[in-house]
Design a protein around this ligand. Sequence first.
Ligand SMILES: [Zn+2]
Ligand SMILES: [Zn+2]
Length: 339
Amino acid sequence: MRALVVTEPGGAQLREWPNPNEVAGEVGIEPLVVGLCGTDLELVDGTIDATYVRYPLILGHEWVGRLERDTPGVGPRGARVVVEGIVPCGVCAACLRGATNVCAVYDEIGFTRPGAAAQRISVPERLVHALDERVDSNDAVFVEPMAVVWRALTRVALRPGLRVAIVGDGTIALLAAHLVRLFKPHSTTVFARRSQQRDLALRAGADVFEVTAPFGEFDLIIEASGSLEGVSSAIDHCARSGMIIALGLPPHGTTVDFAPDDLVNNDVILQGSFAYTREAFTEVVRRVNSLELRPSFLITHRYPMVEAPSALSSLRVVSNTEPRGKVIITNISPDAPLY
Ligand SMILES: [Zn+2]
Ligand SMILES: [Zn+2]
């Protein structure tokens, strides 16, 4: 089969790769559309913490596919599905309390096991979620990153009327603006680096879009830039009894200085959030299937599989004029329908 492979850190190539065997408890799926994100670039470059990756690696952790065979409890052959990427062991203490994102055995599709940028993938049946027939695959390809954001937002106790700031202008920041509106904030301000992201941010649900370092005071600050300045500014601009959610991933090994007495005196919650739980993923699928969440307007770049390396470079190049939301790969099999 054809797959987008990182043989070793430094580059990704389209190449022939052995077809996966479907082992007991797994089901074969034909990927239809795959989303790419900054994490894929880190996987290509090898800058991600080595604990979370195994090479050679097929990329693809945000995706929609269709079942290769009738799958009881999921759907008939050909039904479109999304699949939880984190493969929890199900028996460790974390799994037993529902914290499947921090399972004792880290295992994730597109990180430690083959991803979906391939003509075929075999995945544990228990992690497969059927999509409603009405759902557009271009919306469903956002389930995985939305689950990441959903889990972060539900990690703290959000109440209506919060003054929300989002630091960053990438897809996770835009999805944060899109999802936080479900918690009825007083206002949502996006602090961006690229002015050309304005329309996407406003469409996602931001009330205010500023191209500057954060200023003012906020009850909830979502750090989605992954920059050390972003983390510092979140601490500086958090209101008393406010909350900071750290969602952007700064480079592995970097550190930031802050005055810890500010956290104490200001009664601040500083909350990290890693990936998503089964519960968060399931909740996002439910909201996508009910058509409540339709983020496909965030797709700005599409490439057929044969141009997958260009898709990766389009993520790397920061344009000064063109907005960039989600980059997706379509036509994964040569004869696959165009999404
Ligand atoms: Zn991603
Ligand atoms: Zn576990």
